[in-house]
Design a protein around this ligand. Structure first.
Ligand code: FPP
Ligand code: MG
Length: 328
């Protein structure tokens, strides 16, 4: 059976040369004279897994007939911002492992991780100023603002079991889906282009990104670290009430609800995720969350059906479906 990495690289065949150029640009950008920094950037290069967001810039570019010579650089910028957010996110989550390697905050420490995230972010924006259009810098600056707001909102809603599903989705849309939306919008309209088409592709990216986050939250609750390649259970550990937990909670009786709240807050509990799985049946909440992710992927696919038929459009539709099947 084909692994998910092989499957994705087949799906990305229409943009394989662009992906190569994107990787070369990325490698050049994070190369630094300081041996210490180089050591760190080589380390985080190993976090580069699917490079989905960069791939979306290239695929939406191809599928909308908008590809330019600068699309690979735009894709590299999006990936660098993504990488910066992961380095910072692992500090916030106290995570230990990402893509089977130690997080920067573990391999070094929080101070280094803050600075390295800032370094990557600065490199991304420095490159964006060299592009012929300001659209990339403008859109990605707005997106970074949105994702920081999403992270802040998420922090303020920790341990909040009274959150609505809409509250959860609004946070996930900001912290995760915004970068997917920006990737698709940039692909479709960079350097200026058709705003209406850009908005439609942004909507597709937003729905896809939301689906991605929902699946990510299901995996954090149910997957094993060895399979996922990153720390699991960090959401429960950090007090994040994610969609599968929220849906489980909403369907539970008061006894189970109280036990769930207790697992989130009782001091010195060693493995909160295991304790949570022991006090409630998350199966239905997970299934409902997955169904919601499926609905969002269908919406994303509907947004691209009007594009002219092409290999890139078919590939885009399959990449949208791919996020539902991922186990990493
Ligand atoms: C992953 O969420 C995290 C994000 C999608 C965004 C994180 C963004 C920040 C911390 C702001 C960074 C700001 C700058 C300027 C670089 P997750 O924890 O649910 O996913 P995970 O399971 O992959 O850790
Ligand atoms: Mg995290």
């Amino acid at each position: 059976m084909k692994g998910s990495k092989e499957l994705l690289s087949e799906l990305l065949a229409p943009v394989a040369p662009g992906m190569e150029r994107m990787r070369a640009i990325l490698a050049a950008q994070v190369d630094e004279r300081s041996a210490a920094v180089r050591d760190m950037t080589h380390h985080v290069a190993r976090f580069q897994g699917k490079q989905l967001r960069g791939a979306l810039v290239l695929l939406t570019g191809e599928a909308t007939g908008n590809t330019t010579d600068e699309h690979a650089a735009v894709a590299a910028i999006v990936e660098m911002i993504h990488l910066a957010t992961l380095v910072h996110d692992d500090i916030l989550d106290g995570a230990e492992v990402r893509r089977r390697v130690a997080c920067v905050n573990q391999r070094w420490d929080n101070q280094i991780a803050v600075l390295l995230g800032d370094f990557l972010y600065a490199r991304a924006f420095a490159l964006s100023t060299q592009l012929s259009s300001r659209l990339c810098s403008r859109l990605l600056a707005e997106t970074t603002r949105t994702l920081c707001v999403g992270e802040i909102e998420q922090s303020t809603r920790r341990y909040d079991f009274e959150m609505s599903r809409a509250d959860y989705e609004s946070i996930a849309a900001a912290k995760t889906a915004s970068l997917y939306a920006a990737a698709c919008e940039l692909g479709a309209r960079y350097p200026g282009g058709n705003q209406e088409l850009g908005a439609r592709m942004a909507e597709a990216g937003r729905n896809l990104g939301l689906a991605f986050q929902i699946i990510d939250d299901c995996l954090d609750l149910t997957a094993r670290e060895e399979e996922l390649g990153k720390s699991v259970g960090t959401d429960v550990e950090d007090g994040k009430v994610t969609l599968p937990v929220l849906l489980t909670y909403q369907a539970a009786d008061e006894g189970v609800r109280a036990a769930m709240r207790d697992v989130y807050t009782r001091p010195e509990l060693l493995d909160r995720r295991a304790a949570l799985l022991a006090v409630c049946d998350v199966g239905r909440g997970v299934a409902q969350a997955q169904a919601r992710a499926q609905e969002l992927v269908l919406s994303a696919q509907r947004s691209v059906t009007d594009l002219p038929p092409s290999e890139a459009r078919r590939s885009l539709e399959s990449v949208f479906a791919f996020v539902l099947s991922r186990s990493q």
